[in-house]
Design a protein around this ligand. Structure first.
Ligand code: IPD
Ligand code: CA
Ligand code: CA
Ligand code: CA
Length: 262
């Protein structure tokens, strides 16, 4: 377990917002669900959690900038540190009563994620990582899986859906990967997918068009668990959101298949 002032602040904030999400889970009729775009839901649960995270994190580090999915953005006086926060990752799962969603808090310094907390309040799995200090699930140190043949691997992914993504490209990717792997999985919460790579549950993961708040915490989690994570085409993944991850060997194997399909 990491005990640093920074991680304590992040964990406390995640747990308080987590209690709010837990209260709201299953109360969908009272959550004023609306659409930001096709199949892009937002609810009072997302907004309440973001407000709490904004308050707690801003109070603890007043100078840092803040980027939250639901718009609580603020420029900080400290230009090199920014909180990058998804108050409810997996809103679609949440609104369908599927207990697989998370709060994701990343701290980015000069474009590099340096600390992350990902918390699923439904099963109380708390993932934490800080650069140079390792990655943990509750009290257990994390290490990415060591399988190095795709045919042994379970690979997580995201899927395009109504209003979002390139269906043709995704079909080409699926056709290329499905016959080569032991299994593909799509659980619907990108931060937990990345945490699953860090924990060695998934051997690898890829998804396109993600946002910085989906991945900032997960990136540092995977790196601190000894994994490799980046943009499919070698760009800046926080900007492109086209992410691929695994141990070094599986990451390269996935890039070899996915990059030509970009
Ligand atoms: C979504 C989830 C999902 C991913 C979507 C994201 P949200 O986040 O992370 O796994 O496939 O692209 O938008 O909207 O539930 O915070
Ligand atoms: Ca959303
Ligand atoms: Ca998200
Ligand atoms: Ca969200």
């Amino acid at each position: 377990m990491i005990s640093s002032a920074l991680i304590n602040v992040m964990v406390k904030a995640a747990r308080r917002a987590g209690r709010s999400l837990k209260r709201d889970f299953g109360e969908v009729e009272n959550l004023q669900v609306s659409l930001k775009g096709p199949a892009n839901f937002v609810s009072l649960a997302d907004k309440r959690a973001e407000e709490m995270l904004y308050d707690d994190l801003s109070k603890a580090r007043p100078g840092y900038g803040f980027i939250g999915e639901e718009g609580g953005n603020r420029e900080g006086s400290d230009k090199s540190h920014t909180w990058v926060v998804d108050p409810l990752d997996g809103t679609t799962n949440f609104l369908h009563g599927i207990p697989h969603f998370a709060i994701s808090i990343g701290l980015v310094r000069d474009d590099t994620p340096i600390a992350g907390v990902i918390y699923n309040p439904a099963n109380e799995e708390l993932y934490i990582a800080e650069r140079g200090k390792g990655a943990f699930l509750n009290d257990t140190r994390l290490r990415v899986a060591n399988r190095n043949q795709l045919h042994d691997c379970v690979i997580g992914c995201g899927l395009p859906h109504l209003g979002r993504g390139d269906f043709g490209q995704n079909q080409r990717e699926m056709a290329a990967l499905q016959p080569k792997v032991a299994g593909l999985r799509r659980f619907g919460t990108a931060s937990l997918d990345l945490a699953a790579v860090a924990a060695g549950r998934f051997d690898g993961f890829w998804e396109r068009n993600l946002s910085p708040w989906d991945i900032a915490a997960g990136i540092v989690m995977i790196r601190e668990a000894g994994g490799t994570v980046g943009d499919i085409n070698g760009g800046d993944v926080l900007k492109t959101g086209d992410i691929v991850a695994g141990n070094e060997v599986i990451h390269s194997a996935l890039v070899r298949i996915l990059k030509p399909l970009s």
